[in-house]
Write a protein that binds this ligand. Structure first.
Ligand code: SAM
Ligand code: DTB
Ligand code: SF4
Length: 322
């Protein structure tokens, strides 16, 4: 299969607007070639540092610029985080993702604790992912040495729509963070959000930036906005589930070997829409009843969803060794 990095925005917009049956057929062909076992990765999330963030991301309940109910809380310590990682592994997770509501990573004790968490999660046989804002080359190198599998830093939307969503950090700064992660040899997890008032052309613009990153990000989270009270986006109309499926399908076609992860927003999506998203080529979900601060489907519901769709969860190294 040819993997391209030169998609134009027009080509991508045309894919987003294909008749649904044609789009699903194309996505299926790519997906079945790239992932013949139809394995789905289960990734559990934990917010290590919640709330009180200096950035003004319009969607985020953790921003100090917004008046959501999320109160700033002290950071979790290493031992309880590893306890949660162990529990996630017991529940069947393959990757454990940890989030910090920071503009950028702070050196000193909090960073040393982050490194200890990464080492501990890896020692449990799980993939480790961190999302904590911008970082320096030195911090990226130390995270790589600690065994970090992947760093999540999203572009969120198109370069044009971005300034309507975030003003305290530029698109260019985000791209530079992604470069630092790559230079350190850490896997890249980078995606965005739909349902923030963007046009189809904006969605194509986001996908174009992602699909021209060489090599493609190893994982691409597709979030549907969770419109949280107290954020400037609290009144956004929920995204049409079929548009969410289209976004997943086009991400799959453009980035055949990347994990396309169904991220925020699944709690309010029907079982049928989620099955359609799996059909469209999604091969990962966030697994566990909370994301960072908002809800996610229960573990039992997700197990039932995978069984219904007839797809298997990826096994962790620990399970494989058994
Ligand atoms: N502070 C770090 C950062 O911004 O990179 C890490 C945490 S941040 C919460 C991770 C990502 O979660 C954001 O980039 C955004 O894409 C997603 N996110 C946050 N709030 C969301 C919401 N209400 N709905 C959908 N996605 C959301
Ligand atoms: C991503 O793209 N989505 C996840 C993860 N990466 C860190 C976070 C979703 C957060 C949804 C809002 C909340 O729970 O606070
Ligand atoms: Fe802070 Fe990240 Fe939320 Fe933006 S998305 S306000 S950077 S925690």
């Amino acid at each position: 299969m040819v993997v391209r990095h030169d998609w134009s925005r027009e080509e991508i917009e045309a894919l987003l607007e294909l008749p649904l049956m044609d789009l699903l057929w194309r996505a299926q062909q790519v997906h079945r070639t790239a992932n013949p076992g139809y394995r789905v990765q289960l990734a559990s999330l934990l917010s290590v540092k919640t709330g009180g963030c200096e950035e003004d991301c319009a969607y985020c309940p953790q921003s100090m610029h917004n008046s959501s109910d999320v109160a700033g809380q002290p950071e979790l310590e290493v031992a309880p985080v590893l306890e949660r990682a162990r529990a996630a592994r017991e529940a069947g997770a393959h990757r454990f993702c940890m989030g910090w509501a920071w503009r950028d990573i702070r050196d000193g004790a909090p960073f040393e604790a982050m490194l200890a968490m990464v080492r501990g999660v890896r020692a449990l046989g799980l993939e480790a992912c961190v999302t904590a804002g911008m970082l320096s080359d030195q911090q990226a190198r130390r995270l790589a040495e600690a065994g970090l599998t992947s760093y999540n830093h999203n572009l969120d939307t198109s370069p044009e729509h971005y300034a309507r969503i975030i003003t305290t950090r530029t698109y260019q700064e985000r791209l530079e963070t992604l470069e630092r992660v790559r230079r350190a040899g850490i896997g890249l997890c980078c995606g965005g959000i739909i349902g923030m008032g963007e046009t189809v052309n904006d969605r194509a613009g986001l996908l174009q930036v992602l699909a021209t990153i060489t090599p493609h990000p190893e994982s691409v989270p597709i979030n549907a906005l969770v419109a949280v009270e107290g954020t400037p986006l609290e009144d956004q109309v929920p995204v049409d589930p079929i548009e969410w499926v289209r976004m997943v399908a086009v991400a799959r076609i453009l980035m055949p070997y990347s994990r396309v992860r169904l991220s925020a927003g699944r709690e309010t999506l029907s079982r049928e829409a989620q099955v359609l998203a799996l059909l469209a080529g999604a091969d990962s979900i966030f697994y566990g009843d909370t994301l960072l601060t908002t809800g996610n489907p229960a573990v039992e519901a997700d197990r039932a969803l995978l069984a219904l769709a007839g797809v298997q969860a990826e096994e962790s190294d620990a399970e494989r060794a058994c």
